[in-house]
Design a binder for this molecule. Structure first.
Ligand SMILES: *Cc1c(COP(=O)(O)O)cnc(C)c1O
Length: 402
């Protein structure tokens, strides 16, 4: 065996995302406690749990009281099944005909919105010939104009499913376009269109077990739209769906970003820093190299705009963020050396580093894109009771410590 093969590896990279599983579990419990008992909670864990690490987040969600999980793709669902998750998993997005059989074999509930997809799933269900009919859900477009059958099509699809012994309609759902804006009139209109369809389905005895339309924003603001399940993503990660939609009190962010100073160096007045020399030092001073860049999801738009924090000081980003490295200015009074810990994204209001929301504001985007954009190269350190209980990295996969 070569030395390379024989050497166990744990990713100890300075740059890391710290995932507070206690904060996540607490958020799930707080949401659960605010829902009526008849309303189930689906934790949306697509996109690697919005960058937080889908496997441990999914397991924690179920332990803390979520009943269902939502993912976007078949491979995301398969990853959770291979990890031993047995809770119902709904694939929220469209699938190809080629994916239908795989989805059913892994007991993933697929979402159907047209005849073609339904035919592919029916074929796959017949082919597998399982003892239970394959569970599928119908997606209805109540006005967002993205993914979903029209209400009329939905009725026809539901009738086709009811007539097929290999299929069972386990749910029907829709999605709000503007629930994060409490003033939007479209939310009420969409809710009413969805309700009208449900009434027709009831008349035809086609109503499935699960009925849902609320995302985090609607879950937080519109209790009359909870139906019998809410699908929550962003709120469970402790982030507001929008500045106008506050979280329930006590909910807090789950993901922080940390790094370490890799190099300290001095700048003379007039020195230009980084690609393109876009920052020029006005006076002599010190700078630090931080090993994080846009390939980690630390976006290039933060060049000369973002900041980090250490030792009670703000460290402004100077020059361009490059693929793997960023330079920050060190205030004269700060005592930073190689190895000093740096906070890149804060979870704690006392931390001077920007939160995911602040970074999103700087970049004119939403926190969803910031956390989901933290790349796989950044190892995730999962915390419980103040200890690192697992590390996930590209090279090792998920390693849990007992
Ligand atoms: C992503 C997604 C959600 C979760 O939205 P949040 O705003 O993060 O709560 C809910 N439903 C569907 C269909 C989604 O795609």
């Amino acid at each position: 065996m070569s030395a390379v093969e024989g050497t166990p590896f744990v990713d100890r990279r300075a740059t890391r995302a710290v995932i507070d599983l206690d904060a996540f579990a607490n958020n799930v419990r707080l949401v659960r406690s605010r829902l009526a008992p008849r309303v189930d909670l689906m934790a949306v864990v697509k996109a690697n749990a919005y960058g937080h690490g889908a496997r441990l987040i999914a397991r924690t969600a179920i332990e803390a009281g979520a009943s269902d999980l939502g993912v976007a793709t078949v491979s995301e669902g398969v990853q959770l099944r291979r990890f031993g998750i047995t809770a119902p998993i709904l694939i929220l997005g469209s699938i190809t005909s080629e994916e239908a059989e795989l989805a059913l074999r892994f007991d993933l509930t697929v979402t159907i919105a047209d005849d073609l997809a339904l035919a592919a799933v029916a074929r796959a269900a017949r082919g597998i010939g399982g003892t239970q009919p394959a569970a599928i859900q119908l997606k209805v477009d109540s006005g967002m104009r993205r993914f979903g059958a029209s209400p009329e099509q939905a009725l026809a699809l539901a009738a086709t499913i009811a007539a097929d012994p290999h299929l069972s309609l386990s749910g029907i759902f829709s999605h709000f376009a503007s629930a994060d804006d409490p003033m939007a009139t479209s939310t009420r209109e969409q809710g009413e269109r969805f309700r009208a369809l449900l009434n027709e389905m009831t008349e035809r005895r086609l109503t499935p077990h699960r009925i849902h339309i609320a995302n985090s924003a609607a879950m937080l603001t519109a209790t009359d739209r909870h139906e019998n399940l809410v699908r929550s993503g962003i709120a469970l990660y402790g982030l507001q769906p929008s500045p106008r939609v506050p979280l329930f009190s006590g909910m807090r962010p789950v993901m922080g970003l940390r790094s370490q100073v890799a190099r300290v160096f001095s700048l003379a007045a007039g020195d230009a820093v980084g690609y393109g020399g876009t920052y020029r030092a006005e006076t002599a001073g010190r700078a630090a190299l931080i090993p994080i860049g846009y390939a980690d999801g630390y976006r290039r738009g933060l060049s000369n705009r973002g900041w980090m924090a250490a030792d009670g000081w703000r460290l402004p980003v100077i020059g361009r963020v490059s693929m793997d490295q960023t330079i920050v200015a060190i205030p004269p009074e700060a005592s930073l050396t190689v190895g000093s810990g740096v906070s890149v994204m804060a979870t704690d209001p006392d931390d001077l580093a920007p939160t995911a929301d602040t970074i999103a504001d700087l970049l004119e985007t939403i926190s969803y894109e910031i956390v989901a954009g933290i790349s796989a190269r950044v190892p995730r350190h999962f915390m419980r009771g103040g200890n690192v209980v697992a590390i996930e990295s590209i090279e090792t996969g998920l390693v849990e410590f007992s």
